[in-house]
Design a protein. Structure first.
Length: 286
């Protein structure tokens, strides 16, 4: 690891981020993945600091846009039409620190993180020959080694999607449904917690690859409400999907008339979380 001010860098991280966002205001089209994206910057208050939207879209297939009430078809989408949605992004690099943070919104299962960060990595290494760009999720699947391993946990949910009759037979008679989403929830009493994130994650008994065992049932996902940014927020601590490590702020944002969270409400939540991350990391390094 090198300092942000290393003399061998042609473009340090702060300068690079500012330049990268500016250059990506025109759509980047990935024909292989049938995806496109570009930045719509809303705020910038210094080198390496930028907030706005990633306009993320999919294309490559036809579909009908139908009014849900009248059932009338309003538009026939063509293969070269891009269905574009706004996803909030934030880059923040605190002054006098060798730290840079990136926050990305996902929306209804859609995320641009992997694609955008792949472009960031390639562009940074091209601008700085001989250097490699690395980044890591601050709450990885391994909760014991995560940034918030000491964070208090208020609630734990164990989830099994499409549970078979072997599970439902315990709770239903002969008319048990064929497949259900089965969930076990444990909540601490008032003014109490279930313990810190590391101890809760460690207490989960792991069975076969990709599952957590509890009461003889294999669960494929675990979500804990962890105190982050002054609030208890749902965090995926285990699971075979990309939700592991994702912080859920659904209950803390305001939706606009268009159905999307407003920019101001997203900004407030992200600012609180990133500042909290910074304080933890700064204290660890001091």
């Amino acid at each position: 690891m090198v300092s942000f001010g290393d003399v061998g860098l042609n473009n340090g991280p702060r300068e690079f981020i500012t330049k990268f966002v500016t250059e990506k205001i025109a759509a980047v089209q990935d024909d292989e993945r049938e995806r496109s994206w570009y930045f719509e910057e809303r705020e910038a208050d210094g080198p390496g600091n930028s907030k706005g939207y990633v306009k993320y879209g999919t294309f490559g297939f036809e579909s009908d846009f139908v009014n849900t009430k009248t059932k009338k078809r309003n538009y026939r989408r063509r293969t070269d039409d891009v269905e574009e949605i706004p996803l909030y992004y934030e880059f923040w690099s605190p002054e006098t620190s060798d730290l840079a943070f990136a926050a990305f919104q996902s929306f209804q299962g859609r995320s641009c993180i992997t694609m955008v960060m792949a472009y960031v990595k390639d562009a940074f290494e091209a601008a700085n020959p001989g250097f490699y760009f690395r980044y890591r999720k601050l709450l990885p699947n391994d909760a014991g080694g995560s940034l918030y391993s000491g964070g208090p946990v208020k609630r734990l949910r164990l989830i099994k999607r499409n549970a078979s009759g072997d599970v439902t037979d315990r709770y239903f008679n002969d008319e048990a449904p064929t497949n259900v989403d089965f969930e076990v929830r444990m909540t601490a009493r008032r003014n109490k917690t279930l313990g810190d994130l590391a101890s809760v994650a460690k207490s989960l008994t792991h069975g076969a690859a990709g599952v957590v065992m509890h009461d003889g049932i294999e669960f494929t996902q675990a979500i804990a409400d962890v105190k982050i940014g002054g609030k208890y927020r749902p965090v995926g601590i285990f699971g075979g999907n990309t939700d592991a490590g994702v912080i859920d702020i659904t209950g803390d944002v305001v939706r606009g008339m268009d159905g999307h969270p407003t920019f101001e409400s997203l900004k407030k939540q992200c600012d609180d979380i990133l500042k909290d991350f910074y304080e933890v990391l700064a204290n660890k390094s001091s």
